[in-house]
Design a protein. Structure first.
Length: 45
C-alpha cells in the first residue's frame, strides 16, 4: 500500500500536465528512485 501512495504523489504533476515524467518534477522524490540527481536526499525504508 505504501508504494501505491508514493506512486500517487509522484504522478500528480504528470496528471496536471506540468511534466511528462514524474522524475522531471524538480521537488519530487521520483528522481531519487530513477537514480537522478535531485535537490534533496531520500532515506530508504
Amino acid at each position: 500500500m505504501l508504494n501505491q501512495k508514493v506512486d500517487y504523489i509522484h504522478f500528480n504533476p504528470v496528471k496536471r500536465g506540468l511534466v511528462l515524467e514524474p522524475e522531471d518534477w524538480l521537488y519530487s522524490s521520483a528522481g531519487n528512485f530513477a537514480n537522478r540527481e535531485t535537490v534533496f536526499e531520500v532515506d530508504e525504508i
